[in-house]
Design a binder for this molecule. Structure first.
Ligand SMILES: *Cc1c(COP(=O)(O)O)cnc(C)c1O
Length: 385
C-alpha cells in the first residue's frame, strides 16, 4: 500500500468542478490582481478569525515581512522568536536588518516557552541599549503558543506581538482564534497548509485599523494615493485566481480540519493501546503548562517524538509511507545566522526535538486502511528491534 505524506490530488478530485467554475469566473472577468475576489476572501477570513480586518498578500512570508514593516522595525531592533520553526519566521527579521533573539521551546507543544521569554527580557533589560520591540510566537503544527503569558509580557514591556499562524488557521486558544490575539496575525496559503491555494498566497489579520491601513499601503509599494509614495513598500499583492480557489476551499476548511483531528485521535489511541506511546514514541500534546485547558489543535502536522527516527523513517519509506522531518536543524544553528553567535546547546529543547521528531501523514483524505497501515508498520518496526 502507498501512503503519501500529503495527497493534494485526492483533495482536488473532490472539488474539481467547483474549482474550475471559480477559475473560469476570474478568467471571464480578466481581473487578476486584488479586486473583488480578494476582498471577498478577506472579509471571510476576517470573520472566521474573529478580527476586524484582513489584507490578502503574496505569501505567508510576505505577510510576516509586511507586518514587521507596518510596526516600523528598524535595523538593529531585536525580535524575540523561536528557533524551532520554518525559516521564514526569522528570515524576514534578518531581511530588515533586525536581530532575531531566539528563545527555546516548551517540550510538550514545541512552541516558544513564555517563562524563557521573561528570562531573556530581564537579562536584556540590564543592558540599557536593549532594543527588543516585538515577539513573534509561532503556532507550530496547528496549535497555538501559550498566548496569555506572552501577551502579559508584551504588555508589561510595551512590545508588539505578531502571531505566526501560517500553520494554524482555525486553531483556538481558550476560545480565541489563532491570529486574533496579537497586534497582527499572519496566515499562509502555501498548498500544504490547512487552507492551501494553487500557488503562493498569504493574509494579514488585525483588529488595529492603523496597522491594517499601513499594511494595505505597503503591499502596493507604499503608494497612496496612486503614484505618490510617503513610505517604501513592495509588491505584496494577492492574485484573484488564488482568492477564487481559496474561497472554494475555505467552505471546506473546518470539515477538513476536523478530519485531521479525527485522524490524530485515531493515531493517539492506537499508539497508546499498542504500548508504543511512552516506550518508543511520544504523541503530540494539545495542552499547556500554564493552563488546564485543552487547545483546539488543527493538526497541520501530526508530529511524534521517536526512538531511532532516521531508521524508522527509512523503514516507512521502504514500505511506501511518506513522512517528513520538521525541522532537522533549528534556526540558531543555520549557517546564515552564524553572525548571531549562537552555539550548539544554547537551546537544548529545540535541538533535542530536531533529533527525534517525525511528522506522519495526517491529511483529511487518508482512508481507514491507510491509517491502519501506518500504525501497523510502526508497530512492526519497533517489535522487530
Ligand atoms: C509556511 C510557513 C511560513 C511561510 O509561508 P509561505 O506562504 O510559504 O511564505 C511562515 N511561517 C511558518 C511557521 C510556516 O509554516
Amino acid at each position: 500500500m502507498k501512503v503519501p505524506f500529503l495527497d493534494l490530488k485526492a483533495q482536488y478530485f473532490t472539488i474539481k468542478e467547483e474549482i474550475r467554475l471559480a477559475i473560469d469566473e476570474v478568467l471571464e472577468s480578466q481581473y487578476f490582481i486584488l479586486g473583488p475576489k480578494v476582498e471577498e476572501l478577506e472579509k471571510n477570513i476576517a470573520g472566521y478569525s474573529h478580527t476586524t480586518y484582513a489584507a490578502g498578500v503574496s505569501s505567508g512570508t510576505d505577510a510576516l515581512l509586511v507586518s514587521l514593516m507596518a510596526i516600523d522595525i528598524k535595523p538593529g531592533d531585536e525580535i524575540i522568536t523561536t528557533p524551532f520553526t520554518f525559516f521564514s519566521t526569522a528570515g524576514v527579521i534578518a531581511r530588515l536588518k533586525a536581530i532575531p533573539v531566539f528563545v527555546d521551546i516548551d517540550p510538550l507543544t514545541y512552541n516558544i516557552d513564555p517563562d524563557k521569554i521573561n528570562e531573556i527580557i530581564e537579562e536584556k533589560n540590564k543592558n540599557s541599549n536593549a532594543r527588543v520591540r516585538c515577539i513573534i510566537p509561532v503556532h507550530l503544527f496547528g496549535q497555538c503558543a501559550d498566548m496569555d503569558p506572552i501577551m502579559e509580557i508584551a504588555k508589561e514591556h510595551n512590545l508588539y506581538v505578531i502571531e505566526d499562524a501560517a500553520q494554524s488557521i482555525g486553531a483556538e486558544y481558550k476560545g480565541k482564534k489563532a491570529g486574533s490575539m496579537g497586534d497582527l496575525g499572519i496566515f499562509s496559503f502555501f498548498p500544504s497548509k490547512n487552507l492551501g491555494g494553487y500557488g503562493d498566497g498569504g493574509m494579514v489579520v488585525t483588529n488595529n485599523q492603523k496597522l491594517y491601513e499601513k499594511v494595505k499601503i505597503l503591499r502596493v509599494h507604499g503608494s497612496q494615493p496612486k503614484y505618490y509614495h510617503k513610505i517604501v513598500g513592495g509588491n505584496f499583492r494577492l492574485d484573484a485566481l488564488q482568492a477564487a480557489v481559496l474561497m472554494v476551499k475555505f467552505r471546506y476548511l473546518d470539515q477538513w480540519s476536523q478530519k485531521r483531528r479525527d485522524n490524530a485521535e485515531y493515531y493517539n489511541k492506537r499508539f497508546k493501546d499498542s504500548g508504543l506511546e511512552k516506550k518508543f514514541i511520544k504523541i503530540p500534546e494539545p495542552i499547556y503548562k500554564h493552563s488546564q485547558d485543552k487547545n483546539y489543535h488543527i493538526y497541520n502536522q501530526y508530529t511524534i517524538r521517536t526512538q531511532g527516527r532516521d531508521r524508522l523513517r527509512q523503514f516507512l519509506k521502504e514500505n511506501g509511507i511518506g513522512t517528513e522531518v520538521y525541522y532537522p536543524l533549528p534556526l540558531h544553528l543555520q549557517e546564515c545566522f552564524n553572525n548571531l553567535d549562537y552555539r550548539r546547546d544554547d537551546f537544548p529543547v529545540s535541538e533535542e526535538a530536531s533529533s527525534c521528531v517525525l511528522s506522519l501523514p495526517i491529511y483529511p483524505e487518508l482512508s481507514e486502511e491507510q491509517k491502519e497501515y501506518v500504525v501497523k508498520k510502526i508497530e512492526e518496526f519497533y517489535h522487530t528491534q
